[in-house]
Ligand binder design. Structure first.
Ligand SMILES: *Cc1c(COP(=O)(O)O)cnc(C)c1O
Length: 403
């Protein structure tokens, strides 16, 4: 049969696995093993020297994990991938690989809280510094580059404000200055956005979120443009720092990934229905969603994303008190951090995910006390809207009581 590129919807189910290699097992077998026996001492020698391919010990490789890595590499149009025990293990391994003492990292103004924590450790202990900058235009990015800068680290959409960064602009600047580009693609998933195809060098995922999609695994993935570089990271930093994934969690991710396209379509269509509802709600001030035609960055969203995804943020009138009462008045929607699950989750960034960010920085990033982040799940949109509606009416009654 002629080689033809399969669609992502097909790749999530078949890529990187041949059932005939595993006795016809329809699903990928779980290799719950720590080590592998050699036929003889010489084979052990050949495996260790790299003369012969094959498994040695599960920190260095495992057949179940291998299928996951092949599949995600293909979904992100990368040359290779590595799986980790958490998103943060993927972030830390990559940053250790890319930097040495004295280097500088340029980051988007909003980055995941623990990534920020890691950058602080790197600055304090290893003299690897960073700047968090607004990346609205190529000029803005260019201005922030220093002689010591080695990479640009980007999240888009940015958590929790859902602000977008133009990935084409970042790549253009990076190419001019010989810098590597890293994109944390967790919020979009590989189904909605593929930064490597735009010219990024590395993509990271907290697979805990959309890739697994069922709220029962913590895991991370790193995909690189070049297979050789990924294999080098595997045999150096990943092997020696040790933040690998367990075979069972890899198996669960393979299972969750099969429905990623179907889930992302539903998350996105549900989110659009909720946006339309929220726009009519008088207690809502502002709404932030990539694929909202009223979003000033809608053109950027359409250029780099396939759909808007399941995350919405919005502000409510009445500040922190109203925001907290609103959360407490919901019943179907759960108050929880994390995102990308079947269940709709809601959280208050100022007092939860971003509570450790100094107030001034938080406000500068647009994370006010009125901001609420919603991870729209897979339930029926009408049931979600009914839950939101009844909570808004409780908030309204409480406000008029006090007036
Ligand atoms: C959750 C998250 C992480 C960290 O991933 P863990 O799997 O929790 O370690 C990193 N980046 C983003 C954008 C996230 O949402």
């Amino acid at each position: 049969m002629k080689e033809r590129q399969l669609h992502k919807d097909t790749k999530v189910i078949h890529e990187g696995y041949n059932d005939k290699d595993f006795g016809g097992s329809l699903t990928v077998p779980l290799f719950q093993t720590s080590t592998y026996s050699f036929d003889d001492a010489r084979q052990g020698e050949r495996r260790f020297s790299g003369e012969e391919e094959g498994y040695i010990y599960s920190r260095l490789g495992n057949p179940t994990v291998h299928v996951l890595e092949e599949r995600i590499a293909s979904l992100e149009n990368g040359g290779g991938a590595l799986a980790f025990g958490s998103g943060m293990a993927a972030v830390s391994t990559l940053l250790v690989h890319l930097t040495k003492s004295g280097d500088h990292i340029l980051c988007t103004r909003g980055i995941y809280g623990c990534t920020f924590g890691l950058l602080k450790i790197m600055a304090e202990k290893y003299n690897i510094t960073h700047d968090l900058v607004q990346m609205g235009t190529e000029e803005e990015i260019e201005k922030a580059i220093r002689p010591e800068t080695v990479c640009i680290y980007v999240e888009s959409p940015i958590n929790p404000t859902m602000e977008l960064v133009d990935l084409h602009a970042v790549v253009n600047v990076a190419k001019r200055h010989g810098l590597r580009v890293v994109v944390d693609n967790t919020f979009s998933s590989p189904y909605l956005q593929n930064p490597l195809s735009i010219g990024a060098d590395f993509v990271l995922h907290s697979a805990t979120k959309y890739i697994n999609g069922h709220g029962d695994v913590i895991a991370g993935l790193l995909i690189g443009k070049e297979k050789d570089e990924i294999e080098k990271i595997r045999l150096t930093i990943q092997k020696d720092y040790g933040g690998i994934i367990s075979p069972f969690d890899a198996w669960l991710l393979i299972r969750g990934l099969k429905t990623l396209p179907v889930r992302m379509e539903r998350h996105s269509s549900n989110a659009e229905k909720l946006i339309n509802y929220l726009k009519k709600e008088k207690l809502v001030d502002e709404i932030f969603y990539p694929f909202d035609p009223d979003n000033p960055l809608y053109e950027i969203a359409k250029r780099q994303m396939r759909a808007g995804g399941g995350l919405i943020s919005f502000t409510v009138k009445g500040g922190k008190e109203a925001a907290q009462l609103f959360l407490d008045s919901l019943s179907l929607i759960k108050i929880a951090v994390s995102l990308g699950d079947a269940e709709t989750l809601i959280q208050h960034p100022a007092t939860m995910t971003h509570s450790s960010v100094p107030e001034q920085d938080r406000l500068q990033m647009g994370i006010t006390d009125s901001l609420i982040r919603l991870s729209v799940g897979l339930e029926h949109a009408e049931d979600l809207i009914a839950d939101l509606e009844s909570a808004f009416r409780i908030v309204e009654a409480s406000v008029s009581e006090r007036a």
